[in-house]
Design a protein around this ligand. Sequence first.
Ligand SMILES: [Fe+2]
Length: 361
Amino acid sequence: MTHYSIQSRILVGGFELLHDKIAEANVSDILVITSKSLVRHGAVLVFVNFLKSRYSVNVFSSLEPEAPVDQLDEILIRFSRPGIIIGIGGGSVMDAAKALSVGWQGNTISEFLYRTAKLPQDNIPLMLAPSTAGTGAELSFGAIIYDRVKNFKGGIRSAGILPEWVLINTELYQTASARLKAEVGFDCLTHAVETYLSKSSNAYVRQQSVAVIATVFHHLENATHGSPESIEKMAIAASLMGVNLAYSTTCLPHRIQYIIGPLTKTSHAQGLIALYKGWLPQVSTTTAFKQLNIDLKPFGIDLLREVPALKMRLDIDYSLTTLGVEKEKLDWIAGAVEGILNADPCFENTETIKNILINAL
Ligand SMILES: [Fe+2]
């Protein structure tokens, strides 16, 4: 595929930029999905109070990590169908808001997760304001949600769940701790590297990846220290990688993390950080990786050397052992990994996954 477009419109600035857009949508009911910590944030409070002065507003701020599907189905019962959904928060809030945008049409979100119901054509207009720069969930075609009862993580995938508007508000990103900024920023790096190397990649994707990898190496550290310029650069880079995810795929680290995350109760980014220890040396022998390193030469970046160095500088040098994975579990993990595995240029068979796991310990 050689097509690349951003259907959502992106604004950079404060919440007031959304005021006119909401008025133009001509709706009376608004549902705000946010997190426990952000609902008390000054700028969010002012914005929600503004909304309450003009519209009928419901706020849901008790979303658990990973966007549990039972909570989403509970929201469908608890609130009536809103005219607009506004999501303010990290990746789980983005995913929850996107999943809910196909709700209130006769089916539960669980049915969409398990594909026992077809996704509707219509969706409720979405406005998303991310608070972490990394997942790119605000602009990707998928909503990754979690069934905590069956311990199953999966996605609702459709271009229809893209938001109408994305607000990049640097004030929100300051709420994350330095460690969280570093970890989520690493997730952004993985999207750039993996969407470049994937066999589903294309020239547009690769061009954006190279620019974003350079941005991460030049700005992530400063962003973790709170530099507004670097935070803005990282936020835009992360959103762009959301688009890359739509036009390419991630590689083995993302497939394996889906097993590691629920097993170790660690975050998406933490799992990827650990897995890169084993995956990078393995993928570095491929032609695609060698080409990426050539493309990064003008920026003075040699990935195989620089990625571990960046992890050290950010103090996020995790391994699978740090996350609590035991050697005896590796066979089981390797066998449990599923999805499109051969998009990864280094994938041959289950042994490839096992080698990655062993080297990531
Ligand atoms: Fe990711």
